[in-house]
Design a protein around this ligand. Sequence first.
Ligand code: DAH
Length: 344
Amino acid sequence: MEEEILKIKKEAVQQITAATAAELESLHIKFLGRKSLLAQLTARLRELPPAQKPLIGRLINETKRTIEQMLEEKSGALAKAEGEEFDLTLPALPQACGSLHPLTLVAEEIEEVFKNLGFVVAEGDEIEDEDHNFSALNIPLEHPSRDMFDTFYLEEGLHKKETQGRLLLRSHTSPAQIRVMRNLRPPLAVLVPGRVYRPDAVDATHSFMFHQIEGFAVDRDLRFSDLKGVLINFARKLFTAETQLRFRPSFFPFTEPSAEVDISCIICKGKGCTVCKGNGWLEVLGCGMIHPRVLQACGIDSKKWQGYAFGMGVERIAMLKFGIDDIRLFYNNHKKFLEQFNAF
Ligand code: DAH
């Protein structure tokens, strides 16, 4: 009998160890139930000589207790393992979360200011032809910006049938004015953000690729004062409500009259500091009334319609806004730099 009991115990140990939660109940019945081998052995106790009864009886009881304990422990262990996998009350694992690039943040903020005035956002083409990038914008053949050293021209042979002149990487977003005005009729108010390319040597303030935002509107009776109004609104929304603007007469072939716009230095409030190089003003954009020749190049009657336009560098605005002193920081993907914009 002793041997039989030990065999049962051994079997129970093996089966309980390997059991799944669903099998525990039937193992309980198998080893401890009324028809179990141990129950049968208990019934046979009376057949034993009186001297053996207490010993075997105790062995049976001990074995029962051991099996019972093992079943309980196993059931506890299985419940715990399951709980670890499915405990919905535990806090979620932290996710490594990216954030918007500072240039995206600034571009979106600028877009928002103009969208609120009714501007729509459009995209131009990064590969342009000489007509859109220069000629239609009233930039003459002899203009220095058309020089090989100031524009990336694409290889000969890449000309498509519909292109006029050589293909190039656009050197400003202004060609988008031509694309939009040749396709849509005024009144128009459009904003065009995007990449532009110039063969400049890379340093703290120059890059061969950077971002611009072009804005323009065409309507009846548009005046320079309308342009001033939207730009003052823009600067005060993007920087501070106290920001002052200065319009300096300037020249661009595609606008007449033209101006360059400075804002009062956001660091020293116009007193003079290292950022504004002591003069209290920071140059932020170029603008003007769209030249009648540009309207005409797009089939718009310049007697009936007037337009204004402006163009700004996104990197320049972002550097001023965030106090960044090296343009290269925008492009080298250093996590330490980018992480600082998580909160914006
Ligand atoms: N396209 C000019 C540049 O890249 C910027 C500019 C100046 C855009 C005046 C305009 C404008 O629309 O009116 O330097």
